[in-house]
Design a binder for this molecule. Structure first.
Ligand code: PFF
Length: 454
């Protein structure tokens, strides 16, 4: 049998996993949901969700991958060969298809906006309405939206085609430092703008009156999405690790990097938005409609707008490759397909599933399912239903089915002496997986499907 692929170094794994976690969720979604939910108070709740639920579930996912050296389906099968649990792994692979299909459409906008920024298009705008009209006109053009969706899919396939070490790891080791460098430049630009302190205050001074039960659930749901949890992406990346790797420390590093990047993106965006006197709570249009106007008004805005959309593109690419890798790993491990066949065939399938999402903004704008267009339906199904469900089942599986003793022994393998000697830590981790995570995630799930209303 052919030897399975693996990471070349610990740093390579951290960069790839952080790359998966850091994505549109951090640069696009986090700032706008923080903006809508009152800023600092929301950030505080989000940090608690990340630390108390996100980190333990992340450890559980990486652990399952490392212990079995398999994709999500193979991982469940190796630990418990029941149809139900193997099916849970299968749901993860399906979520991979669905999420990547529309993720690549939005990532395509980022790519298209790099071109718009280079063309200097943003200088025509004086109000967010004008920027919004331009945005609607672009996404309303099938050739524009499909073209960039195709280009982005092709780039993602190119990276994954080159393999775990030569493609994903190498790509992440180049992309992540560039991404960090660009973000630091944008943060420095943001905080040195006149009036930027209002933006900082928005992020740091809590307005608790804006917090509702709804905000807590949005925060927890986002904690899942941003850490790429609930569908086996981190499990797949964990499956290329060795038993010498330290899972608790690695997970902590991934969570820290993801959180730092989200906060820095928040600082870069809100300092600039407040300095331009614009509204921070406009929702999903914050990046494509408000920011271009901010750039038009900012000294040096031309160059900063290009950097910003390159940042968004790189963040999206390093996440997209992890989504495609889940699917590819399944076909390579379980169906014994060669990597190139899995990448080319399944990459094309994902692109095709994404076509109706791309057309939701133009030719298919009249097609609705339960009031949502195709794009929003897939997003809802995957991010609001499949991910929480997956996270819930993974927690239950590790804590109850695989079993406390085995899970604790596995998590200690490769861990630091300190972690091994302080049993309370690993027991605390397991307790969260046993009770707190399933209960909390279940509540989020009920909320997502509309059973609970807040
Ligand atoms: N974590 C990514 C983001 O924040 O944009 C999204 C994501 C990637 C979700 C990979 C799930 C996944 F498996």
């Amino acid at each position: 049998m052919k030897k399975r692929e693996s990471w070349g170094s610990h740093l390579g794994f951290i960069m790839a996993a952080a790359g998966s976690a850091i994505g549109l969720g951090n640069i696009w979604k986090f700032p706008y949901i923080a903006g809508e939910n009152g800023g600092a108070a929301f950030v505080f709740i989000y940090l608690i969700c990340i630390a108390v639920i996100g980190l333990p579930v992340l450890m559980a996912e990486i652990l399952m991958g490392r212990a079995t050296q398999r994709n999500p389906v193979g991982a469940f099968r190796a630990l418990n060969n029941s149809k139900f649990w193997v099916g849970v792994g299968g749901l993860g692979v399906i979520a991979g298809f669905l999420i990547l299909s529309y993720y690549s459409v939005v990532a395509g906008w980022a790519l298209g906006y790099v071109v718009e920024a280079v063309k200097g298009s943003f200088y025509q705008y004086t109000t967010p309405q004008m920027a919004g009209e331009h945005f609607n006109q672009l996404v309303g053009t099938p050739a524009w939206i499909l073209g960039y969706h195709f280009l982005f899919s092709a780039i993602t396939m190119g990276v994954v085609y080159a393999g775990v070490k030569g493609g994903i790891e190498l790509g992440s080791k180049i992309m992540m430092p560039v991404l960090f460098g660009i973000l630091i430049i944008l943060v420095i630009r943001g905080v040195t703008l006149p009036g930027s302190s209002k933006g900082l205050a928005f992020l740091w001074v809590a307005d608790w009156s804006k917090i509702s039960g709804n905000s807590v659930l949005v925060a927890l749901g986002h904690a899942f999405f941003t850490l790429s949890l609930g569908m086996g992406a981190m499990m797949t990346y964990g499956s290329y690790m060795s038993s010498k790797d330290n899972i608790p420390n690695s997970s902590l590093q991934i969570v820290a990097l993801d959180t730092i990047i989200a906060l820095l993106a928040g600082i870069a965006i809100f300092t600039a938005v407040f300095s331009a006197g614009l509204d921070p709570a406009v929702g999903p249009g914050l990046i494509f409609q408000t920011l271009p106007v901010v750039f038009a008004k900012m000294p040096g805005g031309y160059i900063f707008s290009i950097l910003f959309f390159i940042l968004l593109f790189l963040a999206a690419l390093s996440s997209a490759i992890s989504l495609l890798e889940v699917i590819v790993a399944y076909f390579v491990d379980e169906r014994e397909w060669p990597r190139h066949k899995a990448v080319l065939t399944m990459g094309t399938v994902v692109f095709l599933i994404g076509v109706p999402s791309a057309l939701s903004y133009n030719l298919m704008s009249n097609v609705h399912f339960f009031g949502l267009n195709f794009f929003d339906t897939v997003d809802y199904l995957a991010a609001n239903i499949l991910l929480p469900l997956g996270g819930l089942l993974i927690s239950i599986f590790v804590a109850w089915i695989w079993g406390s003793d085995r899970a604790i022994r596995a998590v200690k393998t490769g861990a630091s002496r300190w972690f091994k000697e302080h049993h309370q830590i690993s027991e605390g981790w397991l307790t969260v997986l046993k009770y707190l995570a399933p209960v909390m995630i279940f509540i989020v799930f009920l909320y997502s499907i509309g059973v609970i209303k807040l």
